[in-house]
Write a protein that binds this ligand. Structure first.
Ligand SMILES: [Zn+2]
Length: 181
């Protein structure tokens, strides 16, 4: 039995999660809640979602499945629903993981591409492996995707988090500027 650093409960070792960027160990319930908290924070940051809004999910199938599970858990259908088609949606919801966002961001920086706007980047600061761990804990059945081949610069997870944080700030700045104009 090991003690969770968040709830303090003693849990069997198969119910304990080790995250490489913190020395603490946490139980699967607290891990799940931690991931959901980050996603809710991203919704508030890039959103907020308003009542009656229909969202369209972008991204690869496995992450869209995780995103759908969470959105259904967070919002009653009378408040927020997903649209089948992009043309029926008021809001784009992006389900790319931290790694995918970093790769996109590198592309934007080095190839002078435009920053995306008007999107809620649900998982922009959540590593793919943590999304899969979340799926496993919550019994979301997924086909395991290929792990992305990251450039050396993005190998340390800390670098990925810094990239994601700059990405978030820049997208938000652009969003706010567009709203003012
Ligand atoms: Zn716990």
């Amino acid at each position: 039995m090991e003690k969770c650093a968040i709830c303090g409960k003693k849990r069997p070792s198969n119910d304990i999660i080790h995250i490489d960027y913190t020395p603490h160990i946490i139980c699967s319930d607290c891990f799940s809640k931690m991931i959901e908290k980050r996603v809710k924070r991203n919704i508030r940051f890039f959103g907020p979602l308003e009542k009656g809004v229909k969202g369209f999910l972008e991204g690869k199938e496995h992450n869209k499945k995780i995103a759908t599970f969470m959105l259904k858990k967070f919002f009653h259908p009378s408040f927020f629903e997903l649209a089948d088609l992009k043309k029926n949606a008021d809001l784009l919801i992006n389900s790319k993981s931290l790694e995918e966002i970093c790769m996109d961001f590198l592309d934007i920086v080095f190839h002078n591409k435009q920053l995306p706007t008007s999107r809620v980047f649900l998982f922009c600061d959540i590593p793919q492996e943590e999304l899969h761990l979340y799926a496993k804990i919550n019994n979301i059945k997924l086909k395991k995707p290929r792990t992305p081949d990251l450039p050396a610069l993005l190998k340390p997870k800390q670098n990925r988090f810094s990239f994601a944080s700059s990405f978030k700030t820049l997208v938000k700045l652009k969003q706010d500027k567009n709203h003012k104009n």
